[in-house]
Design a protein around this ligand. Structure first.
Ligand SMILES: Nc1ncnc2c1ncn2[C@@H]1O[C@H](COP(=O)(O)OP(=O)(O)O)[C@@H](O)[C@H]1O
Ligand SMILES: [Mg+2]
Length: 181
């Protein structure tokens, strides 16, 4: 995985596949603690304890089309390569939380990549799922909430190409405003 946005795409997709109706992404940049954390929370079907243990092992996946599921193991590997870690907490029937912590100042911390484009495309691909993306930096907080977007849009679908472009710009400009790194 070359950048964080690609991991985000992958981990959000896991939540979609798990049948989540609400998916939250929270990024916390805390230079004073030297951490850059990325936390995913969903209300999907969850995993049992044995499964949670297995999913960070690259030779495990429930998919039959591809034997090796690499989304979570790669995220873990990238977090660890920057001096950080990854944790999963999940309850069957309740949902899942995946948190990856990267070393903020570490030379091997992944570049952010196109988080704005990834989020805009993902939320437009799943109109019936609500997404809340919160990004905190020392400069401020940005919250992108699809429920609010949809209320503003009224009858215009969130998959409308102009809406996708609008959301992408909105996210990008707000991330710039809080000096997201
Ligand atoms: N948010 C989630 N909710 C429920 N199960 C999950 C979630 N994320 C991952 N899983 C389970 O862990 C497995 C491994 O995920 P991942 O490493 O991304 O590989 P892949 O998605 O290719 O199978 C998935 O196949 C799924 O069974
Ligand atoms: Mg996956």
């Amino acid at each position: 995985m070359k950048d964080l946005a690609l991991h985000i795409l992958d981990i959000l997709q896991n939540s979609v596949t798990a049948g989540a109706t609400l998916i939250e992404l929270e990024i916390n940049e805390i230079p004073t603690k030297d951490t850059y954390s990325v936390k995913f929370t969903d209300n999907g079907k969850g995993m049992d304890a044995a499964m949670v243990q297995q999913v960070t092992d690259p030779f495990f996946t429930t998919r039959t089309t591809r034997k090796v599921g690499l989304g979570l193991p790669l995220l873990k590997q990238n977090a660890e390569q920057s001096g950080g870690s990854m944790h999963i907490s999940s309850t069957q029937g309740n949902g899942t939380m995946v948190e990856a912590i990267f070393g903020y100042s570490h030379i091997d911390r992944l570049p952010a990549g196109d988080i704005a484009g990834t989020m805009a495309l993902t939320v437009s691909s799943y109109p019936s799922i609500e997404f809340i993306y919160t990004h905190n930096t020392p400069e401020g907080t940005f919250i992108f909430d699809t429920k609010e977007i949809k209320e503003t849009l009224e009858d215009v679908p969130i998959s409308n190409p102009q809406v996708i472009a609008f959301m992408k710009d909105l996210i990008r400009e707000n991330l710039e405003a809080i000096k997201a790194s």
